[in-house]
Design a protein around this ligand. Structure first.
Ligand code: NAD
Length: 262
């Protein structure tokens, strides 16, 4: 049955920034298709809610509350996975996000920070997890980039550049880790999460975003999770180094920044 190739029965996945939003959606979907989880984020209560859903699905979740911006924070996820489950099959580098802003007002620190939070975090966790994945001679790494990493637009010099770097890191790591470990990337468009609270709370802005999206809606975390299940599972066993846009069909940002010409 083709559906069997989408199952993750008995596999162990680490998902970063999994307390809410896209990370939580991916963790829940993985549990539904049979994976055990190590979930990391800052807020224990949010992680507990995700862990409860995983338990209801008949799987186990180890919740690790803490800061994931440092390599030490990522090391705790890997240690917990090995202590609790003794294996790592799947890594989802979902930690990331940065505020857009005008180029001349973007300070060096916030540019550096965007690269660190969106790219270095993925480098760190992947490098820490890969030796354990190699022990099983297989595995899947999934990076969560952004549509704005695929094309340029005003206001995204830090975030867009960082996500473009994450897309390129995906391609380089796919070469470094083939043939044992596959590395792929999802580039979501606007997705209903707390990260978009500021714009989705405004009816006029939201409608404009919908109008500029060929599929005429905002994405859901389940839209993104479906792609993650595909990349995590044997359904994509002949796919590596690829970027899957899940974005309603946009070819430019559907949110125009109110930034005037210089
Ligand atoms: P979100 O704000 O809904 O969730 C963020 C999660 O990150 C929370 O669980 C929070 O606890 C955790 N987090 C934040 N800072 C942390 C830190 N220092 N240490 C540990 N955990 C931390 O975000 P989201 O919208 O689900 O975004 C997830 C990923 O998807 C990001 O990489 C983002 O760039 C990307 N993305 C989102 C959208 C969108 O429209 N929502 C679009 C494209 C890409």
């Amino acid at each position: 049955m083709i559906l069997d190739s989408f199952l993750l029965t008995g596999r162990v996945a680490i998902v970063t920034a999994a307390g809410r939003g896209i990370g939580a959606g991916i963790a829940k979907a993985f549990a539904e298709v049979g994976a055990d989880l190590v979930i990391g984020a800052r807020t224990q209560e949010q992680l507990d809610q995700v862990a409860a859903y995983v338990a209801q699905s008949g799987r186990r979740a180890a919740a690790v509350a803490g800061d994931l911006s440092s390599r030490a924070g990522m090391a705790k996820l890997v240690e917990r996975a090995m202590d609790e489950f003794g294996r790592i099959d799947i890594v989802v580098n979902n930690a990331g996000g940065s505020m857009p802003g005008p180029f001349l007002a973007t300070e060096e620190d916030s540019f550096d920070e965007a690269l660190r939070w969106n790219v270095t975090t993925a480098f760190n966790l992947t490098q820490l997890a890969v030796p354990h994945m190699l022990a099983r001679a297989s595995g899947s790494v999934i990076n969560i980039a952004s549509a704005i990493g695929r094309f340029g637009d005003r206001g995204f010099c830090a975030y867009g550049t960082a996500k473009a770097a994450l897309i390129h890191l995906t391609k380089n790591l796919a070469a470094d880790l083939a043939p044992k470990i596959r590395v792929n990337c999802i580039a979501p468009g606007a997705t209903e999460t707390s990260a978009l609270n500021a714009v989705l709370g405004n009816e006029a802005i939201e409608q404009e975003m919908i109008n500029r999206t060929p599929l005429r809606r905002i994405g859901t975390v389940e839209d993104i999770a479906a792609g993650a299940v595909y990349f995590a599972s044997d359904a994509s066993s002949y796919v590596t180094g690829r970027v899957l846009p899940i974005d309603g069909g946009i070819n430019r940002a559907n949110l125009e920044m109110p930034i005037p010409d210089l």
